[in-house]
Design a protein around this ligand. Sequence first.
Ligand SMILES: Cc1cc2nc3c(=O)[nH]c(=O)nc-3n(C[C@H](O)[C@H](O)[C@H](O)COP(=O)(O)O)c2cc1C
Length: 182
Amino acid sequence: MSLQSKRVADTSVPKHIDPSEFRNVLGHLPTGVVVLAADASGQPVGMAANSITSVSLDPPLIAVCAARTSSTWPLIRREERFCVSVLAAHHEHISRQFSRSGADRFARISWHHRDTGPALDDAIAWIDCELVAEHDAGDHTIAVARVLDLASAQDGRALVFFRGQYGRFVPTGFEPSRRENG
Ligand SMILES: Cc1cc2nc3c(=O)[nH]c(=O)nc-3n(C[C@H](O)[C@H](O)[C@H](O)COP(=O)(O)O)c2cc1C
């Protein structure tokens, strides 16, 4: 059944999904955290995001969802190029700084220029992107970008966001062993 015929056949009223329940349940999906950054007329601009995913290998595409309320995304979109820095395990403060409204987000941050924009010095990976499409998606926009270049640090450990908390990735082989009988 096509999506169109499914919509026509489905006469039931969709259940109301409470936004806080939506956040709570979707927060069970662990993600990495990135900083999206661009040079906006010589000024570095950036925002934290976790809604980023790889989309296509050929051509190389990624997607990220930006809130319609974001004041930073329109500045990044205008440049059409941006750099993604994947945050390291010790970067919780950077995630907080790049999500705080009114803050000087690049204050006390070590960064350098890549072809597409500002890149955080000790991130664990960098992805140079060129915006190719935007799709309306409710209160967000889905931005699709072509990957122009990319690099990663050796042995980088990622910052992880899970159920509203920050943590770090630990391979299962490194779990502390459980004592028998509690
Ligand atoms: C862990 C984390 C993940 C976030 N992910 C996103 C995201 O995927 N998309 C988005 O638009 N905002 C996301 N935000 C919120 C933005 O970083 C920030 O609050 C927003 O850009 C508001 O500031 P602005 O008006 O300067 O854009 C996230 C914040 C945090 C802390």
